[in-house]
Design a protein around this ligand. Structure first.
Ligand SMILES: *Cc1c(COP(=O)(O)O)cnc(C)c1O
Length: 381
């Protein structure tokens, strides 16, 4: 089977995991801090805080920024549900801002219009670098200054992407950046995630909330050397040392992974250049780590025909994303069809083709042939 995405692991990962398994510490040893340091260095951030998954990263990011019942969180409807659910976990109201059809990212112009016309303003905006393509952070950051909201970058797709001379994760234009290391993402720790940050008070909160709200750094009294103190209500969102060891090897492979992903994207783009399927192109100053290769099939019927033709050859494509506001849970909150038309239109004809480092040229050729056949015979220009 050729999936739309999958992990790459080799003997180095096996060795790293095995080493931890035969050590004294399966969790809370030295591998997590080592992984955090390597990740922070890669992202040029002050600190990385590793957590149990990307959803936990978003939840803690919201909590660290103080999001609560009185507040609103706005995000893109073209994302995984976790980008919005994190606001609900904090009791906040969640709302959405429509996407720019060209990048499929939250549209800064739509955001500005909504900020101007809306009676309520967000406390937190979660932007999602969809498919790895960086959001226009300069425009977003200018609006954040003007309207006083915090920015979380959901970089689950975008580790290694660049925006001008900024690396995604350096938090130059945001408060916090979150990552997921699920096996379909660019690097994996099986389950896992992280938050990068520069502000000491945010870093401290994240570290505390990740581990039950217990302060690691409280003064130990001589009479109670065993004591620890819980000063906030936190969670057990820790990553294990087994996972961190896996992540450390994966981080070393990251640039090689991105190189292969970009090569595969170039090959798709070249093959489809006369098919009129509007794959994404990088603007000047933008380098995408390409988590997904997304095409516009030109309609619902053609998309279904292509999905099925691929599946008949054991190739599993995927759709990113069903708009979050149309999920039954969100419709019950009052959202409906027509609320965010660009995200809805995107959903009708979009398809993500296989893209992962170990996809061979020959396998990609099979995908290209099927896409070309189906979309040509379907009358695509
Ligand atoms: C994968 C993903 C998440 C959630 O990450 P998990 O590690 O699966 O919890 C959140 N946001 C986006 C955009 C994702 O792709």
């Amino acid at each position: 089977m050729i999936p739309y995405g999958r992990q790459y692991t080799a003997s180095e990962e096996l060795d790293a995991v095995t080493e931890v398994l035969s050590s004294d510490w399966l969790t809370q040893g030295c591998k997590v801090p080592e992984f955090e340091q390597a990740l922070a260095e890669y992202c040029q951030a002050q600190q990385a805080v590793a957590v149990s998954n990307g959803t936990a990263a978003l939840h803690l990011a919201c909590l660290a920024l103080g999001l609560s019942e009185q507040d609103e969180l706005w995000t893109s409807p073209n994302s995984f549900v976790a980008s919005a659910n994190c606001g609900l976990y904090c009791g906040a109201r969640v709302d959405f801002v429509d996407i720019d059809p060209a990048t499929r990212n939250l549209c800064p112009i739509a955001l500005e219009q909504k900020l101007k016309s809306s009676a309520t303003k967000p406390k937190v905006l979660v932007v999602v670098h969809f498919a790895g393509y960086p959001v226009d952070m300069l425009a977003i950051a200018a609006l954040a200054q003007q309207y006083h909201f915090n920015i979380i970058e959901d970089a689950s797709h975008a580790i290694g992407s660049r925006y001008g001379d900024s690396v995604v994760g350096d938090c130059r234009y945001s408060d916090l950046t979150t990552f997921s290391f699920h096996p379909v993402k660019t690097i994996t720790t099986a389950e896992g995630g992280a938050i990068t940050a520069n502000k000491p008070e945010l870093i401290k909160k994240l570290q505390q909330l990740r581990s039950h709200g217990i302060d690691a750094a409280v003064d130990k009294k001589e009479s109670e050397p065993w004591a620890y103190q819980q000063t906030a209500l936190g969670f057990n969102y820790r990553l294990t040392d087994i996972q961190a060891a896996l992540g450390l090897v994966q981080l070393q492979r990251l640039n090689e992974f991105i190189k292969r992903r970009r090569q595969l994207v170039d090959q798709y783009n070249t093959a489809f250049s006369d098919l009129g399927i509007q794959s994404m192109q990088e603007k000047i100053g933008v380098v995408s780590a390409w988590h997904l290769y997304v095409i516009d099939c030109g309609g619902e019927d053609k998309r279904l025909a292509l999905f099925q033709a691929l599946l008949a050859e054991n190739i599993k494509s995927q759709v990113h994303y069903q708009p979050i506001h149309l999920q039954p849970y969100y419709q019950k909150k009052g959202f409906q069809m027509g609320d965010f038309p660009n995200a809805e239109r995107n959903y009708l004809s979009t398809l993500s083709l296989p893209l992962y480092p170990s996809l061979s040229d020959e396998e990609q050729r099979r995908v290209i042939d099927i896409v070309t056949n189906v979309l040509r015979s379907g009358g695509a220009k």
